[in-house]
Design a protein around this ligand. Structure first.
Ligand code: SAM
Ligand code: SF4
Length: 358
């Protein structure tokens, strides 16, 4: 489906189940429990679908048709939904993402409101770090706990080709500023693409070891706007580990992984770890504890979900907190057991990663 048509298709509210039927896990109180026994406690909030980079695995060079402002949640609406998640639904972690969340003018205020909630959730940010050198102190002041910065290469020309913008120095300055502001441990997310930046794996690891950043490689997923991903072309966790172990000694980290998506290894005797998020080849859906809120107020149970539940209409239609919480619980029930990428019937979601919130 062409991107410009997805908005109408996905904002049609999914039919709500008969409210007289109360399947297990759908009481008027309680957490976000699905029919497969998982409880979502980690909320990913997309603050905008816009971005100032054009990473080739995420967005086309010409950009996308952005959400009209009126469809985007206001800062107050975002904060209200986060509060309902924390106070009524057991959300314990909140990560702000996008698009590029640093483009949202109200970000420090939203972070401050989230960290003021009780019980206090852990609050983090995923960003491309453009503008972070300026904003890191304000975000630390607002109580932000942690930050993940996306960086796929240390080669300026390659960065420009991959993202269609010559901004590598800004990203490196942003990383340093995050560390200086105490937003530690600073994590770096890298996606490797076959024939483009595979050989950045070891230099990225060495750069992160030198600066004390925790590097995590993410397998490329079928979430690009132009639907160009193929299973045969993607760089797998196995490929990544082969490159890393040719240059360094990796020892499996024995720390309990829980619902964390990254498998981690200790690197040499540095005391630092490297992680691999093998969403495609070693999926971890059985332990998934996530729920997602898009910038236009839709709940998604999964990056790959083909259904969304509209909380924005409820918010703007005057629903009270208990009613919104109930809608969110009901939306969670239908979370599928897995992403199904390897299923022959798999269909890529119509929203690309930048419009879902990675
Ligand atoms: N703009 C911010 C950034 O890049 O960090 C936040 C949003 S971005 C969508 C979040 C993360 O998703 C980034 O680490 C990015 O590398 C990753 N990502 C985007 N498209 C992806 C894809 N097709 N497969 C795997 N990861 C992807
Ligand atoms: Fe923008 Fe992040 Fe997508 Fe890159 S991965 S285009 S920085 S939203």
């Amino acid at each position: 489906m062409p991107f410009r048509h997805y908005i109408r298709a996905v904002t049609t509210p999914s039919p709500l189940p008969d409210p007289r039927v109360r399947p297990q896990g759908t009481p008027g109180v309680g957490g976000l429990v699905d029919r497969h026994g998982r409880t979502a406690t980690d909320l990913r909030v997309s603050l905008t679908d816009r971005c100032n980079l054009r990473c080739s695995y995420c967005m086309p060079p010409e950009g996308l048709q952005w959400l009209p402002k009126v469809e985007q949640l206001t800062d107050d609406e975002v904060v209200r939904l986060v509060r309902i998640g924390v106070e009524h639904l057991g959300i314990r972690e909140v990560r702000f993402t996008g698009g590029e969340p640093l483009l949202r003018p109200g970000l420090p205020g939203i972070v401050a409101a989230a960290t003021a909630l009780r019980p206090r959730p852990e609050v983090s940010l995923t960003t491309n770090a453009i503008g972070l050198s300026r904003m890191a102190p304000a975000l630390a002041e607002a109580g932000l706990d942690r930050i993940n910065v996306s960086l796929d290469t240390l080669d300026r020309q390659r960065f420009k080709e991959l993202t269609h913008r010559d901004r590598l120095p800004d990203v490196l300055a942003g990383l340093q500023a995050a560390k200086d502001a105490g937003l530690t441990p600073v994590k770096v997310n890298a996606v490797l693409l076959r024939g483009i930046n595979e050989d950045d794996a070891v230099p990225l690891l060495e750069y992160c070891l030198e600066h004390g950043y925790e590097l995590r490689f993410i397998e490329q997923m079928p979430l690009d706007a132009h639907h160009a991903w193929t299973r045969g072309e993607m760089v797998t966790a196995e490929d990544i580990l082969a490159r890393l172990t040719a240059a360094h000694t990796l020892t499996p980290d024995v720390e309990e992984r829980g619902a964390a998506p990254a498998e981690r290894w200790l690197v040499d005797d540095s005391g630092l770890t490297v992680g691999v998020i093998a969403s495609v080849t070693r999926s971890f859906c059985g332990a998934c504890d996530r729920t997602r809120l898009t910038a236009d107020g839709q709940i998604r149970n999964c990056l790959f979900a083909r259904e969304e539940s509209d909380l924005r209409s409820a918010l703007r239609g005057g629903a009270d907190d208990a009613e919104i919480a109930d809608r969110w619980r009901i939306a969670t029930l239908s979370k599928l057991p897995g992403h199904g990428i390897d299923d022959p019937s798999f269909l890529q979601p119509s929203r690309p990663m930048s419009a879902i919130g990675g």
